[in-house]
Write a protein that binds this ligand. Structure first.
Ligand SMILES: Cc1ncc(COP(=O)(O)O)c(C=O)c1O
Length: 361
């Protein structure tokens, strides 16, 4: 058996050179005579490794010094509950713009901690687009506006950063982290799990404007206090060291690939090729998302008859194309084409889709 092209939504494909480097360094890392998983997070070797990852992320994303970068556990889900506690008091209001499942989850996780308001929602349309900015009903003086730039399940992506004035924008970028250049200074917070674009599961990144922390007036347990995490370089307790190390290797790989601009150009080409295959199939394959809001990362699509789903998946697997089953909330297929998916993988999928349609038309 050989490695296949993995279209899983997350945990997702990692760059093959990174996996090979991990393999090479597995037994002895950095002259430590032990693996990276077996050394102290307080030792100099790991402290250097952790600092290098932060430096590389700051360089790749252009993160200014007035933003903290936190390497935490708990996943984006935990952070969607911790962020409200750290950004505002209980009587303040958080606005939500809902374009899919994960925005709804973040709203549920915020409700117990402060007032919330849905400023705009695409739910009535089945989450197939983005409500026009002119129709958003933002709360004057809101503590923050939360949105999900890329909705992983519905395949809906903002291709511009919405203007919400002076109110801090909080973005769950789990599924489009570092997928193209982004102006960090337009955000109060960017956060997301690493397991799609940045590394293995177990690590959650938070990029937060430092002045936003510590205004909440709450008595938080130190472990939930992000200001405390920032003060302790995300090592208040034991961090997920292996995941942090792998993330560092992924960032070095992104640098070798040419950085965010080159990665973004490649992602645009991959998405264009896949949507062209769908749109050019004479209606055999369908993607129901508004063209302007189509995701570059997660491409849901439907076959003409749900009865074809099983044979499609079985034959795709046999052809070396894994993880294409759509999320149960949407059905059909979904191809996740994160940074580590090579163009050859997308081409193999496109060729398979054309062949399948020809044989099952
Ligand atoms: C956009 C988005 N937000 C949040 C989550 C949940 O992340 P986690 O499992 O890291 O809590 C996911 C997972 O797929 C996601 O895609």
């Amino acid at each position: 058996m050989s490695r296949a092209f993995n279209f899983s939504a997350g945990p997702a494909a990692l760059p093959e050179p990174v996996l090979r480097q991990i393999q090479d360094e597995m037994l002895e890392w950095q002259g430590e005579r032990a693996s990276v998983m077996e050394v102290s997070h307080r030792g100099q070797a790991f402290i250097d490794c952790a600092a290098a990852a932060e430096r590389d992320l700051r360089e790749l994303m252009g993160i200014p010094a007035d933003y903290a970068v936190l390497f935490l556990q708990g996943g984006a889900t935990t952070l969607s509950a911790l962020l409200p506690l750290n950004l505002a008091g209980p009587d303040q209001t958080a606005d939500f713009v809902l374009t899919g499942h994960w925005g709804e989850k973040a709203l549920e996780n915020t409700r117990p901690s402060m007032k919330t308001h849905v400023a705009a929602s695409a739910k009535a349309g089945g989450y197939t687009g983005i409500p026009g900015r002119a129709d958003w009903q933002l709360t004057p003086g809101a503590a923050f506006v939360h949105y999900t730039p890329n909705e992983t399940i519905h395949g809906v992506e903002f291709h511009d950063i919405p203007d919400v004035g002076d109110v801090p924008l909080v973005a769950d970028v789990s599924s489009n982290f570092l997928s193209k250049p982004v102006d960090v200074t337009r955000f109060g917070v960017l956060y997301g799990g690493a397991q799609k674009n940045l590394g293995p599961a177990g690590l959650t990144l938070v990029i937060v404007r430092k002045d936003l922390l510590g205004r909440h007036g709450r008595d938080l347990p130190p472990i939930f206090d992000l200001q405390n995490q920032a003060k302790n370089d995300s090592m208040f307790n034991t961090p997920p060291t292996f995941a942090w190390y792998v993330l560092g290797l992924v960032l070095q790989w992104v640098k070798r690939e040419g950085g965010a601009t080159a990665i973004g150009e490649r992602n645009a080409r991959k998405a264009a090729a896949l949507y062209a295959a769908i749109d050019g199939s004479g209606g055999y394959y369908r993607n129901t998302v508004d063209v302007a809001a189509r995701s570059w990362m997660n491409v849901p699509f439907f076959l003409p008859d749900a009865a074809l789903d099983k044979p499609f998946l079985k034959e795709a697997e046999a052809a070396g194309l894994l993880g294409l089953k759509g999320h149960r909330a949407v059905g059909g297929m979904r191809a996740s084409i994160y940074n580590a998916m090579p163009e050859a993988g997308v081409q193999a999928l496109v060729d398979f889709m054309a062949d399948f349609a020809r044989r099952n038309g």
